[in-house]
Write a protein that binds this ligand. Structure first.
Ligand code: ATP
Length: 356
């Protein structure tokens, strides 16, 4: 996609703005972002269901915007599956091949293959109404892969399934994509889905691309405060402070040594307001002031034991910091000291851009 924008309602709604993205052959790309950020529209532009208002879309170096979906050899799977209710499972899967005029023998063979790939061969003669949600989703996927598309487009395909089935289908989809090696674009607002399946995640907000990175990098190196807040659960803590000479001051909550938090050195950190980012899982909560290292001081606001771990919410001056700890003895109103490793700290400038 080259500078692709899409406007609706005579330009009043900007669904996508200047998208630039290159997807490799065989890559699994996930568009991730909050509701209304333009993920579906971006996918529909790739599919050819919408035309860009500006910019160009290429497949294998050939410009395709303006061409119909059938000219692009893409297969799209939606959240509501859109199966034909009056056809059996096998007929549903065979349908795209029938339209293409594939001879019956070859058609049968490919349909069998696709159904066995998705473990639905036992359901071949049933109508969709007699299937579970997960089975219907498999039929929709089989129908999409049967014609060997060059691009596979999926729009929230798992959102109608319950949590357990969603997890199962996640690994199934990943296996499918791995084995078939089809270039795939997958739309979701679910972080776990994105992080567990994608080769690269495209984080979107308000119609624009905020960051494109492999899941690990997105987590370990969010380039903006917005992405830092969006990825991770609970999200990264971002504490507003002021740079003074060699430290960042947090008012009565104390300060941290800047040399510790800025890998690029002091020169790269501007004077004035900056945000210090630390993930909840990287924070240690201590009841005594640690010796030899600066700590941020605060008062415990709430303690949420969640079984596997506990979230401690700490009031630090007028901000709240979340710490995710495996166990704790602290209580509401306790005075605590928050510490973290140098490598786990991020600094963002006034505009929310990562300083490095
Ligand atoms: P969700 O996760 O809720 O499906 P999304 O990220 O997929 O959201 P889009 O459906 O792409 O977002 O919508 C992006 C913006 O474009 C929204 O403001 C939406 O209202 C608007 N929009 C989408 N399609 C149309 C349309 N056909 N006409 C007018 N506005 C539209």
């Amino acid at each position: 996609m080259e500078d692709v924008s899409k406007y609706f309602d005579d330009g009043e709604t900007v669904a996508n703005y200047r998208l630039n993205l290159e997807v490799e052959d065989g890559e699994f790309i996930v568009f991730l972002g909050p509701s209304g950020c333009g993920k579906t529209t971006a996918l529909r532009l790739v599919a050819g269901l919408e035309d860009p208002s500006e910019g160009a879309i290429y497949f294998d170096g050939q410009r395709v915007d303006g061409r119909s979906p059938s000219d692009r050899n893409v297969a799209m799977v939606f959240q509501n599956y859109a199966l034909y209710p009056h056809m059996t499972v096998a007929e549903n899967v065979a349908y795209p091949l029938k339209i293409q005029g594939v001879p019956p023998d070859e058609r049968d063979r490919k349909v069998e293959e696709a159904m066995s790939f998705l473990h639905i061969e036992d359901q071949a003669d049933k109508p969709p109404a007699e299937l579970s949600g997960g089975q219907r989703q498999r039929v929709a996927l089989a129908r999409a892969i049967v014609r060997e598309p060059s691009v596979f487009l999926l729009d929230e395909p798992l959102s109608n399934l319950d949590a357990k089935l969603r997890q199962e289908m996640r690994s199934e989809l990943k296996r499918l994509q791995d084995e078939l090696g089809i270039t795939t674009i997958y739309v979701t607002h679910n972080q776990e889905e994105a992080m567990s399946m994608a080769h690269r995640v495209v984080v979107m907000n308000r119609g624009t691309i905020r960051q494109v990175a492999p899941p690990g990098e997105l987590y370990s190196r969010p380039r903006t405060e917005w992405v830092a807040r969006f990825i991770g659960s609970p999200p990264m803590n971002l504490l507003r402070g002021t740079r003074q000479n060699g430290s960042i001051e947090f008012g009565e909550a104390g300060s941290v040594d800047l040399r510790r938090t800025s890998p690029g050195g002091l020169e790269t950190v501007p004077r004035g307001t900056v945000s210090l980012g630390v993930r909840p899982e990287d924070i240690t909560v201590e009841t005594d002031p640690p010796s030899g290292t600066a700590a941020i001081e605060g008062t415990v606001d709430t303690v949420e034991p969640l079984g596997e771990y506990t979230i401690v919410n700490v009031a630090v001056a007028d901000q709240i910091v979340n710490a995710k700890v495996s166990s704790t003895s602290v209580d509401r109103e306790d005075r605590v000291y928050l510490t973290f490793d140098d490598d786990d700290a991020y600094l963002y400038d006034e505009n929310g851009e990562l300083l490095s």
